[in-house]
Each structure stands twice: as C-alpha cells, then as structure tokens.
Write a new protein. Sequence first.
Length: 228
Amino acid sequence: MLLKSGTQDTFFHIFNHLHQNNKQIILTSDKAPVDMQEVEQRLLSRFKWGLSAELQAPDFDTRFAILKNKFQNDGAVVSDEIIQYLAENVKTNVRELEGVSNSLIAQAAFNRKEFSIELARNVVEKMVKNQKKEITIDSIQKIVSDYFNLDLETLQSKTRKRHVVQARQLAMFFAKKYTKESLSSIGNQIGKRDHATVLHACKTVEDLAQTDRDFQKYMDELNIKISN
C-alpha cells in the first residue's frame, strides 16, 4: 500500500494530524521499521516514535484458554482432554483455533455424535489437508544443514569456513524468500545476526548464482527441497 509516493505523502499528513490531536495510532506490518526499505525516511522516523513489539503465535496455555473460552461461549461441553488435543495440534493463530472449534461443534451436530478425541482428530486432519505445509526458518535451516551435512550449531556458528558461510547465506536467502519474517528476525534466528548481515547474504547469494555453476546447482536443488 505504501509503495506509491502519493500514498506515502497522504499517509504522512494523516499521521501528523492524528498525532497532533493526541490520537492513539496502532500500525501493523510484516516487517520491523528498520526493514522497510521502500518507505520514506520521514515516515520511518515517525514509526520509531512509538513502541514496537513482535507478535508471536500463541503458546500452548494461551491456545488452551482460547479454545476453552470459545466452547463455553458457544454452550458446548467439551472435555479438557479434547481441548488439550486441539491446542497441541493447532498452533498457528487465533483464527485457526476458532475455525477448528467451529468445525468440531458443526461436525458433532450434523452427525449427531458426542464430542470425542476421534471426532477432534478427524477435524484436525481435514484442516491440515486443506492447508499448505508452512515453511519456517527452522525448517529451512534443517533442510540446508542436512544438504551440506552440517549440524545446526555449525550453521549458526561464527566460523568463516567458506562452505559453512555459503550454507548460512543460503538459509538466510531462502528464509527471506519463503517466510514473512523480518530481516532482523531472520538474522536473530540464524546465529544471532543483524538485518544488515541478512541483506548482505541475500545479495551475495544472488551474485554467486550468476557466476558459479556449482552454487547455482545448490540453489536449484535446495529450492526444490524447501518448496516441496
């Protein structure tokens, strides 16, 4: 939305108007302000005035509480055992939790069945089949590590050995390509690096792919493994 200069200019004036009138402003993004290279500096400086917080997926206790509260509000008597099973197997976001609880209630009513672990398992399995496998930084690191016969600790280490550095850079490149994580988050999860290191890694990978046939082969084979 903010890629067009006209849109950014309009947003700049709206932001200033709200701020000058002591209005509370809440912004959400899939990137931290420091990673928004396409956004004008005057906007970025204003974004940094406030508090920035990275939102994480709900943990088990939170998922359990959300599901329990949802069933209670819907008047459905579901055992803690079933709620625990759902909380352990649906880990993405609140929308998915609400979806699985609605599906369980609907399936029980439609088929005139009691709530059970078997019914919950069927609902979860159908949900998983309808979803693409999520590509995460962790899964990318594992695939890259296995491909180069490295352990995860070595991939994330400070060593400057060429084959390890290239493996690490490829992991960063594919994390940027396949996930919505910010550059800062990618760097932090791959050896506690900063966002500038991730940017440099991505540029290096793109340059090597143009000049090194072996490296291009690594990229192509890893791309297939990760995307599948």
